[in-house]
Design a protein around this ligand. Structure first.
Ligand code: ADP
Ligand code: MG
Length: 692
């Protein structure tokens, strides 16, 4: 592949638009992309036609409005370009109306009661800020998905609204610093994607992986990740071929895949793209997950994106690197060279600190799913407690602001905010804290709690909105001040003093931190069912309404969808467990038992042979199988009960059903340990984790 030539070759990007659109129309699209200006229907017609011609030349026959409903995955419904000519032939046609608006049947997408099925109509609206692209002979048009009464039915609409909110408030703050040239502030995101690759044939033999994306049974193999010999290890040929194919496929789609390496667990890997504006980064991450699965399939592999495919080894997350930048390319989280730039940096930093402290619960909610529950709080990923890592140097700066003392740099120069120059923080700080859920890494924050299979839209909607909210408070108070510099210094100091408790530079995995965070009054929502109800807290509803990101009705409907999704996920897992335990594990253990009994009988027909070890083994296995049977009955019984209230139902699944599932698993895993290999009905952890 000639990368420079092929990169973005399937994308209707700026370069293509400039060459294929009339000058005036091109300018209108640019205004729409950069400033959100609406496009006229006549412009849309011209664009649609150019898009269609371009797509048809590249072999496309269909178009689709590509959108991100609340299922968390992308949805598409294909329409062909064909239009009959009346003489038995067809021409390829695509109108501006079809480009701007689509009307998929919305009745089967989760809406959380927003829309009764009889008025199931929703529509998709073109998002010109994200380029159209061609995937499998289909022109895909990125869109937002709304109900006819205007409620958001997807993950993209609130994300776009949150970006606007951040832009509005950040601009107010920049104006106070005398910045009159910045026209727009955007958040940027680079999301590192972790995943597992296993052999497809083995994958297909595991119904738990096929139905649930994670293993529901499996004893610990003799070798796991303890030798740490996989992280950054040399990449095996089959995986390397997959990665190359994946990168090339993504590059053609304009996804800037940059870094690839092996991760900590056996069979675990990571891909990181070059960061982009948040909504593009979100679209690209959705696309990346989809392409990963498809490319894996081509290589007879299965790509597992679940947060915890295997118990006992690391799960997968998505490190969400987030920053704010102006349209002239200034990163607002980058310490600068002048006192003014530094004061600006400290103000934006203080805004993030206050936002994360004030809305820690909301950040936790934004990553709460059944899958991520296995990860957060287990000793590998960030804990369920939200805190910020700032690093030694910046913490010293914050300390000196807090105490009102001069900050002494290593070279012994002192500073006061807004007066002297801050040291430049090395981007690759050596004391990177891998255990922190929200870490400052030189010029961006890395939010590490996002689950590997999740859309990054929810987390970034939350981050954009909470930071916008604090910037609004800041702007409100600074706009009223007589002496800007003095007010600014006082504001930064007050913010630091009020929100210091959220800063924690130590090891987040320890029990001590759990204790300490409790003393500091930080939230610790261990499970999704505990975290989600906080989403509909009055304070959070007011926040979303204040910034026009979500209405109260939208927040409540999203709550219903998320909790329902949690319950449904656990329910499917429980049913799958029962099915596998009843139909595969019990019979397998039974056959082995039967053969052991046969062996014992045969032995006893020979005089003088001991009954051991068969006799003991038979007793042990019979006991374990009886345990398994009883636990099947218990889980069945628990599944039949429950509550009609959403919150109670969630709590019931987390507090009653989940423990019953764990208990069933424990019995099965112990049985696996004692059952001869040839009897075990599906591939083991050892087979799966070391298959490629
Ligand atoms: P590491 O694994 O050491 O954290 P990676 O290189 O794997 O680093 O990933 C870092 C991610 O952060 C990349 O996606 C990168 O593009 C992104 N990134 C770098 N600078 C910024 C920035 N200013 N804003 C947002 N993301 C950024
Ligand atoms: Mg990385």
């Amino acid at each position: 592949m000639n990368v420079a030539e092929e990169y973005g070759s399937l994308v209707f990007n700026d370069r293509i638009m400039r060459t294929r659109l009339p000058r005036e129309v091109y300018k209108a699209v640019q205004a729409s992309i950069k400033l959100g200006a609406p496009l006229t229907l006549s412009d849309a017609n011209v664009i649609a036609n150019a898009m269609k011609d371009w797509a048809v030349e590249l072999g496309a026959t269909h178009f689709t409005h590509w959108f991100q409903p609340m299922t968390g995955i992308t949805a598409e419904k294909h329409d062909s370009f064909i239009s009959p000519t009346g003489d038995g032939g067809v021409i390829m046609n695509f109108s501006g109306k079809e480009l701007i608006k689509g009307e998929p049947d919305a009745s089967s997408f989760p809406s959380g009661g927003l829309r009764a099925t009889f008025e199931a109509r929703g529509y998709t609206a073109w998002d010109p800020t994200s380029y159209a692209f061609i995937k499998e002979h289909t022109l895909c048009i990125p869109t937002a998905f709304c109900s006819y009464t205007g409620e958001a039915l997807d993950k993209k609409t609130p994300l776009l609204r949150s970006m606007d909110a951040l832009n509005r408030q950040a601009l107010r703050v920049l104006r106070l610093f005398g910045d009159s040239k910045t026209a727009r502030v955007s958040s940027n995101v680079g999301s590192e994607q972790e995943y597992f690759l296993i052999d497809k044939e083995l994958y297909l033999e595991r119904r738990d992986l096929v139905f649930c994306g994670r293993t529901l049974f499996g004893a610990k193999p003799p070798k796991g990740q303890e030798l740490e010999d996989h992280y950054f290890g040399s990449i095996r040929p089959r995986v390397a071929a997959f990665m190359q194919d994946l990168d090339e496929t993504l590059w053609a789609l304009g996804v800037a895949s940059k870094t690839r390496h092996n991760e900590v667990a056996p069979s675990q890997h990571e891909l990181a793209p070059i960061y982009a504006t948040t909504n593009i980064a979100t679209d690209h991450n959705q696309l990346t997950m989809e392409i990963m699965r498809k490319v894996a399939d081509r290589h007879d592999l299965a790509c597992l994106l679940h947060e915890k495919p295997f118990a006992g080894v690391n799960g997968s997350g998505k490190h969400n690197n987030w920053s704010m930048a102006t349209d002239v390319g200034d990163n607002l989280l980058e310490p600068g060279d002048t006192p003014r730039e530094n004061a600006r940096f400290l103000l934006f930093l203080a805004a993030v600190i206050r936002a994360v402290d004030k809305y820690q619960g909301l950040l936790r909610v934004s990553v709460a799913t059944a899958g991520n529950d296995h990860r957060l709080g287990a000793n590998e990923a960030p804990p369920a407690i939200v805190s910020i890592f700032l690093g030694e140097e910046l913490t010293a700066v914050i300390d000196s602001i807090d105490k009102g003392s001069a900050y002494a740099q290593k070279e012994k120069t002192s500073m006061e905010i807004g007066v002297d120059v801050l040291p430049r923080f090395p981007k690759d700080t050596t004391d990177r804290n891998r255990t922190s859920p929200f870490a400052f890494t030189g010029n961006k924050f890395e939010f590490r709690m996002v689950g590997s299979s999740a859309s990054i839209a929810d987390a970034n909607t939350a981050i954009n909105t909470i930071v916008a909210d604090v910037l609004k408070d800041f702007a409100d108070s600074l706009e009223r001040a007589d002496d800007f510099t003095q007010a600014l210094n006082a504001l930064i100091r007050k913010t630091v003093q009020e929100h210091r408790r959220i800063i924690f530079n130590g090891n987040n995995y320890t029990e001590d931190w759990v204790e300490e965070s409790r003393r500091r009054g930080l939230y610790n929502f261990k499970h999704t069912a505990d975290a989600l109800p906080y989403f509909v807290d009055e304070e959070n509803i007011a926040l979303f309404e204040r910034h026009h990101v979500l209405t109260a009705v939208e927040v409540r409907s999203r709550y219903e969808i998320m909790m329902e999704n949690y319950v449904k996920t656990l329910n499917i897992e429980a049913l799958t467990m029962l099915d596998i335990a009843r139909k595969s594990i019990m019979p397998a253990a039974g056959s082995y038992l039967q053969d052991l009994i046969g062996a014992l009988n045969a032995k006893q027909s020979v005089e003088g042979l001991p009954a051991e070890p068969e006799s003991s083994l038979i007793k042990k296995l019979a006991g374990l199988n009886a345990d398994l049977y009883n636990r099947i009955l218990t889980l069945e019984e628990k599944l039949d009960a429950g509550s009609s209230d959403t919150t109670e139902h969630g709590k019931y699944y987390s507090g009653v059903v989940f423990p019953a599932m764990q208990s069933l698993r424990a019995a099965a895993d112990e049985l696996e340990v004692w059952t001869a290999r040839e009897y075990w009905p599906f591939p083991t952890y050892g087979d799966l984790l070391f298959s490629v």
